[in-house]
Design a protein around this ligand. Structure first.
Ligand code: ZN
Length: 540
């Protein structure tokens, strides 16, 4: 009897010890990156949002209200890379969505990898991998730390939006093929799609969603946080005469598979595919933390086309709010309330249409960068050599170094003349020589952003800094991003779920702080090159 009691109490004690000693971790991390989402969209449409989406995250979770990108250029590839590596292009090497390859007359796309092939989609859309990403990600660290027991999956309509977040060791990254309407991957990850992906593709959900048309979620008269629907700053969808609601464009195979990316259908596809992945891959179902990296990009396609004050963008966010609600409910049901942690951010924000601001008498305009380069070429040709300019991308001018050496030209003299010429161009504030970048100090807040975006083996010779509100575009409609200014840098950084307190911080945080904070939340090592700080308020 006594022995039995002792045995029972020992068992209870052992059970207690096991419970006390096992480290509490979330079952799942869901990273959500909304392409081109400005921070102010959280509040611009606040009154129109429901209770279960953005408002649920903001009311019950934690918001870093003043979080910014800390380097240039503010574009998608580097944005995802910086969120997940916790460092900037200076270390992860993704200096743009694409960049000029010196002395080659070619460009490199950030996810391009000619050594791999398409799996489940068109070949051109499948030669993709994280090969160009030169630092490891928080998702890589999770795979390494758990000896591959954690599952990591990336999902986005854009290849780079799935590949960079999922890292080098991912189980899979899936992206959407605008040529076939199917989710696909590459041989970097696998040689054939899993059955559940084929089953998802067989549903042809994109066609169904597109064929339903696109009308505003609520009566159009209530869209008071936008300019009027038919305004001159909007581009048009393929197949329509005017950018106005309602949209009932007949489905055309294959072009509509691409057009649907500019509509809320692209975002619904990401939610539905992610739900299928969660279920089929059993994410968040065991004791090892899994990671689902999602990115919604129809917000970016629509933003570029219609501009940020369009009814289309307002409707896109009201519908994205419903996607958030649907996703959170699904996670509650499948993983369990408070068993998962979500962070939500953006890969960059976006500028206002310059023409729109100009008409309101604001001091902005379009920067004619390529015209400047052509004119600069002629100027340098007269004085030095006709082939001195090797390329121009991401606001950087590449010089032909071979030519300078072979013709024994004086680089210093060329640099002085080039800078003088470029500084006189309309919209230019300054131009910075790569040789001076490591030594830039002083009051110009753009200098540290250039330093953090500077990866010497790939970057150009001169960085052109243009005025706030100006950008380069061949179109007077829609908008774009990429600058060091607040309209492009200020993004949401929201946290929700497992052990996340409710609250807000107005301290200035940087995009690179997300990965470092995740390391401490998950109690795993920091990504190798992480430079971010920890958002300590989340742990108070
Ligand atoms: Zn974009």
């Amino acid at each position: 009897m006594k022995l039995k009691l002792l045995f029972v109490s020992l068992m209870t004690f052992a059970g207690f010890m096991a419970a006390a000693q096992s480290l509490d971790r979330p079952k799942l991390v869901v990273g959500i990156v909304v392409d081109q989402m400005r921070h102010d969209y959280l509040y611009r449409y606040w009154d129109q949002y429901g209770e279960g989406g953005f408002k649920r995250i903001l009311n019950e979770g934690f918001s870093c209200e003043n979080a910014h990108y800390n380097y240039v250029p503010t574009v998608t590839g580097p944005g995802h890379a910086s969120i997940y590596t916790g460092t900037t292009p200076a270390f992860h090497g993704l200096i743009g969505n694409e960049w000029h390859l010196r002395n080659s007359r070619r460009g490199m796309y950030c996810a391009q990898d000619d050594s791999v092939s398409a799996v489940g989609g068109s070949e051109a859309a499948g030669k993709m991998s994280p090969k160009n990403l030169l630092a490891n990600t928080i998702t890589d660290v999770l795979k390494l730390y758990t000896y591959n027991r954690a599952k990591v999956i990336g999902v986005s309509v854009k290849d780079r939006g799935a590949i960079m977040p999922a890292g080098h060791l991912a189980d899979a990254a899936y992206w959407y093929d605008g040529n076939t309407g199917k989710f696909m991957t590459s041989t970097y990850y696998m040689n054939a799609l899993p059955a559940w992906v084929n089953a998802f593709n067989d549903r042809n959900l994109g066609k169904q969603l597109f064929s339903q048309g696109w009308n505003t979620l609520k009566p159009i008269g209530t869209y008071v946080d936008s300019e009027r629907d038919d305004n001159p700053y909007e581009g048009k969808l393929n197949g329509e005469a005017n950018a106005v609601f309602p949209r009932n464009i007949p489905f055309k195979d294959p072009t509509s598979y691409y057009t649907l990316l500019y509509t809320p259908a692209g975002n619904s596809l990401v939610t539905e595919f992610s739900k299928a992945a969660l279920e089929a891959e059993q994410l968040g179902q065991d004791e090892v933390t899994d990671f689902l990296a999602m990115s919604y990009s129809s917000t970016d396609y629509a933003g570029h086309l219609f501009g940020l004050h369009s009814v289309e963008i307002e409707d896109m966010y009201l519908r994205l709010d419903l996607e958030m609600e649907k996703l959170l409910r699904f996670l509650d049901e499948k993983v369990g309330h408070d068993k998962y942690v979500v962070f939500l951010s953006a890969d960059h924000a976006v500028a206002q249409n310059p023409q729109y601001l100009k008409h309101k008498n604001l001091p902005v305009d379009y920067f004619r960068g390529w015209r400047m380069i052509d004119s600069l070429k002629k100027f340098l040709e007269k004085k030095y050599d006709p082939f001195l300019i090797d390329g121009y991308s991401n606001g950087q001018i590449y010089l032909n170094e071979d030519r300078i050496v072979s013709r024994k030209l004086d680089r210093k003299a060329i640099a002085a003349d080039l800078k003088k010429y470029v500084r006189a161009w309309d919209g230019v504030i300054d131009v910075v020589d790569r040789d001076d970048i490591p030594f830039l100090t002083g009051g110009n807040p753009v200098f540290p952003m250039i330093q953090k975006g500077f990866y010497p083996p790939l970057c150009g010779d001169f960085y052109v800094i243009i005025r706030p509100g100006w950008f380069e575009s061949s179109s007077m409609t829609g908008t774009t991003h990429g600058s060091p200014f607040t309209y492009d840098t200020h993004v949401p950084v929201l946290w929700y779920g497992w052990k996340i307190p409710a609250g807000k911080s107005y301290a200035k945080y940087e995009i690179t702080d997300i990965a470092s904070t995740l390391s401490f939340l998950l109690k795993i090592p920091l990504p190798d090159a992480a430079t971010g700080r920890v958002i300590t308020e989340l742990f108070d």
